[in-house]
Every structure is written in structure tokens, then in C-alpha cells.
Ligand binder design. Sequence first.
Ligand SMILES: [Zn+2]
Length: 224
Amino acid sequence: MRTAMAGEWTRRQFVAGLAAAGVVARGGVAAWAQTGLTGEAALRELMAGNERYVAGKMSSFQEDLKILKEKTVSKQEPFAAVLSCADSRVPVEIIFDQSIGHLFVTRVAGNMVTPEIIASLEYGVAVLGVKAILVMGHSNCGAISASIAAKAVPGQISVLYQHLMPGIAEAKGDLPQAIRMNAAYQAKLLAKGSTVIAKAIKDDGVKVASGTYDLGTGKVTLGD
Ligand SMILES: [Zn+2]
């Protein structure tokens, strides 16, 4: 116990020192000033985090998680939302170099838009003030390849197909293209299918984008 506390104190002193030196200023900006960001700036902040991740220059782990936890107990002000696949190889906060309170994340196989996902993201935008939403597919997505194959699957897994097939039809079985097309299709569905989000785009400059995460390189590439 004594050792743990001493260790923690040392770590906090270290983090405080870094903060004083401006080294962890990015975390402060991302966590507490995001409501002032435009949609474009929020998306840029998200992509900048992915660039740090790809470059191996992550700064989120230098943030003092204990302080962040204390500050976010009663409120949250995430600057961006991500609709991602449930795939275990796509740890959203890590690949965008973010920690507690920065991202509002919804996940479902095939990163598809359903009424529940729309409801969650509407909450993120209308109540929490999220300024950018990224609908993100990923390479080698099992949900997309299963939908292309349309094979019989156990239980209710095939329920996914009906949500994914419309977006990937034009890819004609090309998996990488189907993954990109699905993300773009779901982003469009979200932007048009939600009156709350459509209004936020028009009136508040909220940005809805699509993109793809490459499992091999760690890079997120935005769609058109
Ligand atoms: Zn997937």
C-alpha cells in the first residue's frame, strides 16, 4: 500500500512537471476546451491523434488518468464521436490517442446505423455537444465479408446482412471497396436519417465523415 501510494505520488509529480512544461497541454485542450471547436477542427483533432498513434508518439498515456477521472465523474464533454465495428482489433481510444472523456464511442459489428445507434449519437450531439462524428470501417471486416458471402450463419447473426447489403452492393464482392462503401453509406444514412444530426450539421457546423482503419498500418483514411 505504502509503496503503491509512493509510486502514484511520484507519477503525479512527474505528470504535473510535464504539464507545467507544456508537454501534456494537448490533453488539456482536447478534454476541456472542445466545446469551442468547429466540426472541421474536431475532425482534425481526431486525425491528429491517429497520426500520433501511427508515428508511435502517443501522448494520451502521459495524461494523469486519476485527475481526468475525477474531473469527469459528474460531466463529460467529448469533442468527437466514433461509430466503429465491434472488432477487437480496433481499440478506438488507442488508435486516436485519446483517454477518458474525449470520445463518445458507439460500436456494433459492421459499424452500421440502427435506431439505437442513431439515438446514442443524437445524445452525443444534442446533449454532450460532440462536434464531429466519424463512421469508421476497418480492413478485413468479418461482418462485411460475411455479408458479401451471405452464407447461412447461426443464431441472429444474419440480421446484420440487411443493414450492410444496401451499402456494399456496388462493390461487387471487392472486400476493401465494400468496407469503404459501407462506411460512406452508413455516414450518409446517419446524416440524413437523423433530424437532430441533420439540423446540427446545418446550424452548428457538426461534421459527419466516413473513414477506414487499416489493421496493418494503424492508419485511418477518410473517405470522400
Ligand atoms: Zn468489422
